[in-house]
Design a binder for this molecule. Structure first.
Ligand SMILES: [Zn+2]
Length: 195
């Protein structure tokens, strides 16, 4: 994952967020003039813009840019897609893996595009449930396959670091459309991803 070049950061937004971070750090009880914190507000402002860049990206365009007419009509699976997102309730990370499958209906999509649309939706303030649905609907509406399935397994820092401290719990969400609503197809997919 390449970092964005400095020129790509919105200078106005960086400045606004930087100044707010400064105040947040002071409010939390830190000494903002400490050496190690000198560049922290600006770094944090840029990090947050990077982690929420999905608001400015169009997942439909990404899929459409690599759709190819093809008669292959068996299940296509991309599993273990790394996923990093931010929970919208605490603005803390949740991270894990996404597994995506679809059954083509005349068109296939470049395989690298599936991880890319995961990133586009993950790099926003999210809940895991909606993230799952958005990936599912985007593929279903754009590629119009015979079926699509998405499973996400993620650990949530807001659970792990805060009061609950269920440190090894993993949240699983899933969604199925078309052919995957049939139990046999769904089971074949779940077996192939090792569930
Ligand atoms: Zn949370």
């Amino acid at each position: 994952m390449a970092n964005k070049k400095f020129e790509e950061y919105n200078i106005q937004v960086t400045d606004d967020v930087k100044n707010r971070y400064k105040n947040i750090i002071i409010d939390l009880g830190e000494d903002i003039s400490r050496d190690g914190l000198e560049k922290t507000p600006e770094r944090a402002a840029k990090a947050m813009q990077f982690l929420t860049q999905g608001y400015h990206q169009d997942p439909v365009e990404i899929l459409k840019s690599a759709m190819f007419k093809e008669s292959y009509n068996e299940m296509v699976i991309v599993k273990d897609i790394e996923l990093y997102s931010l929970c919208e309730h605490h603005i803390l990370p949740f991270f894990g893996k996404a597994h995506i499958a679809y059954i083509p209906n005349g068109y296939i999509v470049g395989l690298s595009k599936l991880p890319r649309i995961v990133d586009v939706f993950a790099r926003r303030l999210q809940v895991q449930e909606r993230l799952t649905e958005q990936i599912l609907d985007c593929i279903n509406d754009t590629l119009k396959p015979q079926g699509v399935a998405v499973v996400i397994e993620a650990a949530h820092m807001c659970m792990m670091m805060r009061g609950v401290q269920k440190q090894n719990s993993v949240t699983t969400t899933s969604g199925f459309r078309g052919q995957f609503e049939k139990i046999e197809t769904r089971n074949e997919f779940l077996k192939l991803i090792g569930k």
